[in-house]
Design a protein around this ligand. Structure first.
Ligand code: PLP
Length: 393
């Protein structure tokens, strides 16, 4: 007998993966150049050359040390390099001991969520949201509560947020820059959320944590600064990975940072480590820890993503689509002509244009484009976008 719950998760395929695989099959039939695949968020810019140089240099050193187990939270020299970088960039004192390396942001989130799961606990997130949050939160045992999207700006409506918080709320997951909207939550939005949380913490007598999921932190355009949430709200835990910023998604390296200022710091850190252990975490890949130790200060080259963003935004709005202009990450979340994103996605598929309907992101009237694709593909796909909207207007 197998667990029905795990069976359901494994057997129900993600619609993103479905579209991606459909695209591969279609490309084999009609040629890759005739399929316009905007489904997956796989970086299209290669890792910076310094990453490859670091790998070459590391491979000349002590192989046993490089490929051996590290302590579960990671090698202290690498944890300290990350902590020093955060302290220098955001002015918050963070120690190596506050960093725990994970195999990407996904297991980092899962460990924090499991660390906070108690009887009847709830986790809130604003729509639109990364669909795996539901799986991670419910898998940890929380009730998953969604705040409806504020569709004009995709910021967070403070009053809607206030009414979602209750004495069972353990955490709120915030993802900025956001997948799928590309929006960066403003300091004003974050301060409003922080003020409500402080009030509610005092009322209920327990901490309510912000889990800041930030794999796109460095992918921002037009010089915009992403506020570092621990500077605005004391009880913030940061989950990060280099999957997007250094284009290393297959290498599985990220971390949880629990700053010293966080209430119940030691207990939370230990519970997060315990959750990782219970999930079979031994250590994040040692080679990857050493790569990020040496490359932690490198900023991504966002030129290609920015060029894609500008072209798509300009052309789609010209054709009559409506969309909040992304400020970061490499996605666009577009209002579906006709109002039903599944129907739009199906119609677009007939034109070999693959776009992800927004229901799983908490917004069934929108579709997502992953704009980490080649510029040439975007140019080739424009007539299909023009034709697709005509089917509905
Ligand atoms: N959080 C968000 C918002 C994401 O978009 C992703 C991946 O696409 C993740 C977390 C997981 O990233 P990682 O590859 O670091 O596990």
């Amino acid at each position: 007998m197998v667990s029905q719950e795990m069976y359901r998760l494994g057997a129900n395929r993600s619609c993103i993966r479905d579209l991606f695989e459909y695209g591969l099959k279609k490309a084999a039939e009609i040629g890759k150049e005739n399929v316009y695949d905007y489904s997956l968020g796989n970086p299209s810019v290669p890792a910076p050359e310094q990453v490859n140089e670091t790998i070459r240099d590391l491979s000349l050193g002590d192989s046993l040390a490089l490929h051996g187990y590290t302590p579960a939270p990671g090698a202290m020299d690498a944890r300290e390099a990350v902590a020093q970088d955060l302290t220098a960039r955001f002015g918050m004192p963070i120690a190596g001991a506050d960093i725990f390396f994970h195999c990407g942001a996904a297991p980092a989130l899962v460990s924090v969520l499991r660390a906070l799961a108690v009887d009847g606990s709830e986790v809130i997130t604003p729509a639109p949201f990364f669909p795996e949050y539901r799986v991670f939160s419910e898998g940890a045992g929380h009730k998953f509560v969604v705040i409806p999207a504020e569709e004009k700006t995709f910021q967070i409506d403070p009053e809607a947020f206030r009414s979602a918080v209750n004495e069972h709320t353990q955490a709120i997951i915030l993802n900025s820059p956001n997948n799928p909207s590309g929006v960066v939550y403003s300091e004003e939005t974050l301060k409003a959320i922080a003020a409500i949380l402080e009030e509610k913490e005092a009322e209920y007598g327990h901490p309510i944590y912000i889990i800041a999921d930030e794999p796109y932190r460095e992918l921002v355009y037009e010089g915009l600064k992403v506020p570092f949430i621990p500077n605005l709200y004391r009880n913030t835990v940061v989950c990060y990975s280099w999957s997007k910023s250094l284009s290393l998604p297959g290498e599985r390296i990220g971390y949880v940072c629990i700053p010293q200022q966080t209430e119940d710091h030691d207990a939370l850190f230990a519970a997060m480590a315990g959750a990782a252990r219970a999930a079979g975490h031994v250590c994040a890949p040692s080679l990857q820890q050493q790569i990020v130790r040496h490359c932690v200060g490198i900023m991504p080259n966002i030129e290609a993503y920015d060029r894609n963003r500008k072209l798509l935004y300009e052309k789609l709005t010209e054709y009559g689509y409506s969309c909040v202009k992304p400020q970061g990450a490499f996605y666009m979340f577009v209002k579906a002509p006709g109002g039903d994103a599944k129907a739009f996605s199906d119609a677009a598929k007939e034109l070999n244009l693959l776009v992800v309907p927004g229901a799983d992101f908490g917004c069934p009237g929108f579709f997502r484009l992953s704009t980490c694709v080649s510029y040439d593909m975007i140019v080739r796909s424009l007539p299909a976008f023009e034709q697709a909207i005509r089917k509905f207007c």
